[in-house]
Design a protein. Structure first.
Length: 464
């Protein structure tokens, strides 16, 4: 018999009641007595289980013995309206086959209610819990929403390289890529590493951002977006940093910083609305179990305009707040999460977009303001997250960009291809990067970024 997914069964239940159906999935629980046994089966297609009713006149104890939490089953039976509470329909089983057992003595998810910390240690199995299946379905829906948003607005999906020879953000937090034997490194006569012997013939690393190549795409196709993995070897063990994360980077020709902010705000709202409309069951589950405020917080972002102000104005607000911050506030500092969250959660009580940052704390490619001190950067700050998006208008003037590159001692020979965008048909253009996991954090209400990516990579941790 053809299998029906549990989500389709529950949605089409009224038409299917009274019919024979076949479902396949994993046992969540089994309970009951010697007359009747109830099996809650889940197949990953929805947070909801289907209840299987096994009449013990039809089945033997031996037959049901391997039906324990985690076992995989194929069940055939009659779909009927449920007499019990908690579900509208259930299956009166006529046949139960076990694909694979899960020894209760050994199966790590035999008991419910494990801590998120414990589940991180068994990341290979945690997708089988309600919490992680909900997070992973929301993550997948958001990825689809992102592609849809850009595709419907004429942006082209550009795949930028993961192995690169340039450091886009200039922070130096890159993972080297080499095929050299680390125990026997070739040296030049003056004692330096001889990269000519390496695979690419020069030093290479995993990319920290696809932006520079994204700009090549935008200045040809008009508007592009990237969506891919990004790698940062910064040693920050926080609930908001991963060594391997996914970033979405739109880049658009002929738009300035204000239009860039409009795009960022519209895009974020679209993604959040999409999740509210398409992941309602999963969001309610997470709200019920972790964060009652979640739905209200998501709605409030949709209903309010993001507050836009300059870095300089933000510093004044922080200085006048009367708050004692762990990192003292003064013009020129890089804002810490505590500062960002004060602005968003206490002062404005809505998302904030900060612009006009000191040029010293931002990357070389940002458009310089006439004041000579600040650049047209923009950071979007979210409640409970802090920075969710970082972006800017780009410096399109060749001479100004060169001057900045020289000031910062960026090796020119690595940048010739990027500078060609400014030498040939240069245009005003802007873009930004959204940290995908930070968006998933916000939408799911989870509090640790390790819990919104299937297999987190963090300092000293790359299991699975
Ligand atoms: O602010 P960032 O460093 O900006 C860029 O990389 C630009 N090239 C983007 C652009 O203009 N095209 O990073 C962008 C976003 C951050 O706002 C944050 O959401 C996320 O990427 N992010 C991280 N997410 C998880 N773990 C990390 N270690 C992250 N570092 C940045
Ligand atoms: Mg940033």
């Amino acid at each position: 018999m053809k299998r029906t997914k549990i989500t389709d069964l529950l949605q089409g239940a009224s038409a299917l009641v009274g019919q024979e159906v076949c479902v396949k999935g994993w046992v969540r629980t089994r309970r009951g007595n010697k007359h009747v046994q109830f099996i809650a089966l889940n197949d990953g297609s929805t947070i909801k289980n289907i209840q299987i009713v096994a009449d013990m006149q039809r089945f033997s104890d031996d037959q049901l013995k391997p039906v324990t939490t985690g076992a995989a089953l194929c069940v055939e039976g009659l779909l009927v309206e449920s007499q019990g509470k908690g579900q509208s329909v259930e299956i009166q089983a006529t046949d139960i086959r076990v694909y694979g057992t899960a020894d209760p003595e050994q199966y790590p998810l035999q008991k419910k209610g494990h801590s998120l910390e414990f589940l991180r240690e068994i990341a290979h199995l945690r997708p089988r819990t309600n919490t992680f299946s909900a997070v992973l379905r929301i993550r997948s829906a958001l990825a689809f929403a992102i592609h849809r948003y850009f595709q419907e607005r004429g942006f082209y999906y550009l795949n930028t390289p993961l192995i690169t020879a340039s450091d886009c953000e200039g922070a130096g937090a890159m993972f080297q890529v080499t095929t050299m034997d680390l125990r026997n490194i070739k040296k030049t006569p003056d004692g330096a590493v001889d990269y000519s012997a390496d695979f690419f013939g020069k030093p290479t690393a995993l990319t920290v951002s696809g932006q520079l190549e994204g700009e090549l795409g935008a200045t040809a196709l008009g508007a592009i977006y990237t969506f891919g993995p990004t790698f940062r070897a910064e040693n920050s063990n926080t609930p908001r940093h991963l060594a391997e994360f996914w970033m979405i980077e739109p880049e658009v020709a002929f738009i300035d910083i204000d239009e860039n902010m409009d795009l960022a705000e519209d895009f974020l709202k679209y993604c959040i609305r999409y999740a509210l409309e398409n992941c309602a069951d999963d969001i309610s589950f997470l709200a019920e179990h972790f964060d009652k405020e979640l739905p209200a917080r998501l709605e409030s972002v949709l209903s309010q305009d993001f507050k836009r102000l300059t870095y300089t104005e933000a510093i004044e607000i922080l200085e006048q707040s009367g708050r004692k911050f762990e990192f003292p506030v003064k013009w020129g500092i890089d804002l810490q999460s505590e500062h960002e969250r004060y602005l968003v959660e206490q002062h404005f009580r809505r998302p904030v977009i900060l612009t006009g940052y000191p040029k010293e704390i931002k990357a070389f490619y940002m458009k310089q303001n006439p004041d000579g001190k600040t650049v047209r950067a923009m950071d979007v700050l979210f409640p409970s997250i802090g920075e969710i998006i970082g972006g800017s208008e780009r410096e399109e003037n060749y001479d100004k960009l060169m001057a900045r590159i020289e000031e910062l001692n960026i090796p020119m020979k690595d940048m010739w291809w990027y500078l060609d965008t400014r030498r040939f048909g240069t245009v005003p253009h802007s873009g930004f990067g959204l940290g995908f996991e930070r968006l998933v954090l916000f939408v799911t209400g989870m509090t640790n970024i390790r819990d919104v990516i299937p297999f987190p990579r963090t300092p000293k941790s790359a299991e699975f």
